[in-house]
Design a protein around this ligand. Structure first.
Ligand code: P6P
Length: 331
């Protein structure tokens, strides 16, 4: 039965829980806590420009070597507070934390871990451009440590998605079968189903890449982008906030790329809490997500904060990019 537009996220989650025999409600509560963190962050972002220094920097440098903004820290703390005393997740991994944050000491087999980029694209914040949070949920595997359980390929995610803080705040996620989008009605503090069963178009006119890196790409990536720019019907769109660029790609079709370069062959985007959750969403919506040579969701991670080149979007567009990458260096 197609869920009814306008249904609350809580009700949607409970309806799905009833379809899972033996469900304890823990997974539902986990998703609802993510939506709570999203609502708190959305409220703070909407008024950050009015709060002295809220858009400024903490003075710290995070494990990524990036300057930490106060809103990065706020968003990270909000996710931790949303889960700290709930017993819902064993371990939290965050772009803002060097190591995993253990929230349950004796993590049961099947216990959940949450991997997040709490506020992605925050360099866009002070000019009020859309930013986002991304999240992945994994389960503690049998007979291995909680840390080892974090290094599972993205195909093992039991839920993944993102929150978009834009003209509206949206939560888009999947628990394995389809992708659904919910829009926040801040007046009642509820996410309401606005985009049921999202499917990505087979192809699309938008290509999304930072062309300032052109000189550092491989000849194959250069040839692919040259082709796109010379072909009719394409148009460039690049927000510089991953979640915003992926959300547009998901709804309108097209392709997003952050390739590796000679200096940084693994590119910039992090595998566990950026590429994996977004690849999961795009695949569940009928899209493709690859490094150019390997399906992103098949990558077995070796480090928490490892980076990965990404090409993701409409299947026909990603396949075209893969053909160029597989081809001879057209120099
Ligand atoms: P560049 C934001 O800092 C981010 O991590 C992603 O949100 C975004 O896609 C990318 O970096 C933008 O990087 O090098 O194009 O500024």
């Amino acid at each position: 039965m197609e869920p009814t537009r306008g249904i609350t996220l809580h009700n949607f989650i409970l309806q799905n829980q009833r379809k899972q025999p033996g469900a304890t409600g823990e997974f539902s509560a986990l998703l609802i806590q993510i939506s709570l963190a999203a609502r708190v962050i959305s409220r703070e972002l909407s008024r950050a420009g009015l709060i002295e220094e809220a858009l400024g920097f903490t003075g710290d440098i995070n494990v990524q070597g990036e300057e930490v903004r106060k809103m990065d820290e706020y968003a990270n703390e909000t996710f931790i507070r949303a889960f700290r005393d709930t017993g819902l997740i064993c371990v939290l991994v965050s772009e803002e934390l060097e190591g995993p944050e253990h929230l349950i000491q004796a993590c049961p087999v099947g216990g959940y871990s949450l991997l997040i980029d709490p506020l992605d694209g925050s360099s866009n914040l002070d000019c009020d451009v859309t930013v986002g949070s991304s999240f992945a949920v994994l389960r503690q595997q049998h007979a291995i440590s909680p840390e080892a359980s974090l290094l599972q390929p993205g195909v093992q995610q039991v839920a993944a998605g993102y929150i978009l803080y834009g003209p509206s705040t949206m939560m888009v996620y999947s628990t394995g079968d389809e992708v659904n989008g919910f829009t926040l009605d801040a007046g009642i503090g509820e996410f309401l189903l606005s985009h049921p069963h999202i499917r990505i178009p087979e192809k699309g006119k938008y290509y999304s890449v930072n062309e300032a890196n052109y000189q550092n790409w491989s000849p194959q990536i250069q040839a692919y982008v040259d082709h796109i720019k010379s072909a009719k019907g394409y148009s460039g769109r690049y927000v510089g906030s991953l979640v915003a660029d992926i959300h547009r790609t998901l709804l309108h079709g097209g392709v997003f790329l952050y390739p590796g370069t000679a200096k940084n062959p693994e590119g910039k985007l992090r595998l566990l809490y950026e590429a994996n959750p977004l690849a999961y969403i795009l695949e569940k919506a009928g899209g493709k997500a690859t490094t150019g040579t390997e399906r992103i969701l098949d990558i077995v991670p070796t480090q928490l904060h490892q980076r990965v080149p990404v090409i993701m979007g409409s299947p026909q567009e990603v396949s075209l990019a893969e053909q160029y990458i597989a081809g001879p260096a057209l120099v």
